[in-house]
Write a protein that binds this ligand. Structure first.
Ligand code: O7E
Length: 211
């Protein structure tokens, strides 16, 4: 299943792309570029136009009280899930979970993730197993790590893998390794024809899932 990472600034462009690719994706992820470019109201607007669940990717990493204050506004704005960092500790993560569903970062997809996050991934998996978020983030650029995280993670917790396409990760390999959702940005919104790019990816993913 495909999550569109809609990292554009402009409201009109975001709405147009979302509507164009709607039938091929399962959720939309909104990150700082779109929120800063178009305002927080874009979450509800996208949700109403597409009918899809919305992920607010703010990667919250603050003390419990500040996490709670921010998350309250973002859930009120229509987000169904908020992405949160686990390295700040259980209390900060739980503060957001009390208000709504979360997806927690266990390991990131960029090269620098090997410096600090990867060495503590086991501890982050432990927190995830204890608090049971809706999902976790694992690196689509490192299928062997996705496989490991799947093995260690409690059944039922979904794995989301960014890093597919522009960062070099393969959708098929991430799914084979145990990902439930692939997160894809530039490969879709940066394509000359986003609808065609989403359709191609959808067919690739579906062909793999059914075969
Ligand atoms: O490389 P792209 O264009 O396909 O975009 C990937 C998106 O996933 C982008 O919004 C980026 O911020 C996000 N992402 C990563 O690329 N790597 C990560 O490790 C984590 C995320 C992400 O979604 O964070 C959720 C915590």
């Amino acid at each position: 299943m495909i999550v569109l990472a809609l990292d554009v600034y402009e409201r009109e462009r975001a709405l147009r792309i979302a509507e164009d690719v709607r039938e091929y994706i399962s959720m939309i992820k909104v990150n700082w570029p779109l929120i800063l470019g178009s305002g927080i109201g874009i979450i509800r607007e996208l949700k109403e136009r597409t009918g899809l669940p919305m992920i607010a990717d703010l990667k919250l990493a603050d003390i419990p009280n500040t996490n709670r204050l921010v998350a309250k506004k973002v859930f009120e704005a229509g987000a169904d899930y908020i992405i949160v960092h686990g390295f700040v500790g259980r209390d900060s993560v739980r503060a957001i979970m009390e208000l709504g569903e979360i997806i927690m970062v266990v390991e990131m997809s960029h090269p620098g993730a090997e410096e600090f996050i990867q060495p503590v991934a086991d501890k982050l998996i432990e927190i995830a197993n204890e608090i049971e978020p809706f999902g976790v983030i694992a690196p689509g650029t490192r299928p062997e790590r996705v496989r490991y995280i799947r093995k260690m993670l409690k059944k039922g917790i979904k794995i989301f893998t960014p890093g597919i396409g522009a960062q070099g990760g393969s959708a098929r390999k991430a799914l084979e390794a145990g990902a439930d959702y692939i997160i894809v940005g530039r490969r879709i919104y940066g394509a000359e024809d986003p609808r065609r790019a989403a359709e191609e990816l959808y067919k690739e993913v579906r062909a793999w899932s059914s075969g």
